[in-house]
Design a protein around this ligand. Structure first.
Ligand code: 2P0
Length: 337
């Protein structure tokens, strides 16, 4: 509900989200339409702050990422996204974009989710597009699929949208929305075992998995069932079931990649060490469950009351990692920074 700073200029903040039911695979690369629905928790750590200011005169957009000019693929994706916003708004001004990530970029820690969610909110306001949260979610999706979910705080589901029909129907049907939950007090213990950039982009890895992995279709089918069970578990506030479903869905996703040709393997020895410790925690009666994205880092879902004990155990298992405790965080919004 905040007002933008001035006409043609706006700043937005967004947080990353971690999927408990994963998005892995597109059915349309241009529109970023996923094969399956996915469901995530938005975090209260690692915000991205992005400002967009319209500038007079011809020339390319100026994009700064953590104080340095954005180069290569990152710069191209941001410009392509701004082109889409300009086209929707019927405007032509170029933009000066300044974005600050507090999370390592490209390390499987959802920097593109917070990044494109913040950019969608700031750019829409700067170019005078009056969009509600659903429309902003759809727009953010065009930057990076997972960004559609960071429009919302807490738990959000991203609908794949209708498989048949026109592009316009598919686009309209593919957005995120909040998921109703009973009282839950979850924490996500994040073990950053390696903050370096990933060896294969998730975009390329998804494409290769869909095109070559014999395990892809079975996982996509089972993910539909996982989503139904996950919604039910959230609805009754059953964090143990939420964790169980999330862990099996993530391991299944990694199995699809391991079966791709050539294989995509994001998990490292440190990942497996942490997974072993999570299993030991469960044997000791703690409802701790792991999920991993396009990188070796492990996120452990557990009751908030157990988060310190889980964090200590993970630090002990992987002494070279950085471990922090996150909770559910807010959706993307304009800021007066
Ligand atoms: C997710 N991931 O659901 C999944 C799980 C990584 C593993 O979304 O090509 O950066 O920009 O739509 O959203 C990472 O992929 O991919 C991702 P694009 P994105 O969070």
């Amino acid at each position: 509900p905040q007002e933008q700073d001035s006409p043609g200029s706006a700043t937005a903040v967004a947080h990353p989200n971690i999927a408990l039911i994963k998005y892995w695979g597109k059915r349309d690369e241009r529109l970023i339409l996923p094969v399956t629905d996915s469901l995530s928790m938005t975090l209260d750590v690692f915000p991205t702050t992005t400002s967009v200011r319209l500038a007079a005169g011809a020339g390319p957009d100026e994009v700064t990422l953590n104080g340095r000019p954005a180069e290569g693929e990152a710069g191209r994706r941001i410009t392509a996204f701004l082109d889409l916003v300009r086209q929707s708004a019927g405007r032509t001004e170029r933009a000066v974009v300044d974005t600050r990530n507090t999370v390592p970029t490209g390390a499987g820690l959802a920097s593109s989710a917070s990044g494109f969610a913040a950019l969608a909110v700031a750019a829409a306001a700067a170019y005078g597009l009056d969009l509600d949260a659903t429309a902003l979610s759809r727009l953010a999706r065009r930057g990076s699929g997972s960004a559609s979910r960071s429009l919302f705080g807490g738990f959000a589901v991203w609908h794949a949208g209708p498989e048949h029909g026109t592009d316009a129907d598919a686009d309209a049907g593919s957005y995120a929305e909040p998921v109703p939950t009973a009282a839950l007090d979850p924490a996500l213990v994040i073990a950053v075992v390696n903050a370096g950039p990933k060896p294969v982009s998730s975009r390329e890895a998804m494409r290769r998995t869909v095109d070559t992995s014999p395990l892809y279709r079975p996982w996509a089918a089972s993910s539909k069932d996982d989503l139904v069970e996950m919604r039910a578990a959230l609805g009754r506030g059953d964090l143990t079931a939420v964790g169980e479903i999330a862990e099996r869905n993530a391991l299944g996703m990694h199995a699809t990649m391991l079966a791709a040709r050539p294989a995509v393997r994001y998990l490292s020895p440190a990942t497996v060490t942490v997974l072993d410790r999570v299993l030991q925690l469960r044997q000791a009666g703690i409802a701790a469950y792991a999920t991993m994205d396009a990188g070796p880092n492990v996120k452990v879902l557990c009751p908030r009351a157990d988060a310190q004990r889980v964090a200590d155990a993970v630090r002990d298992a992987a002494p070279d990692s950085t471990v922090l405790v996150a909770g559910p965080g807010p959706g993307a919004r304009l800021s007066d920074e």
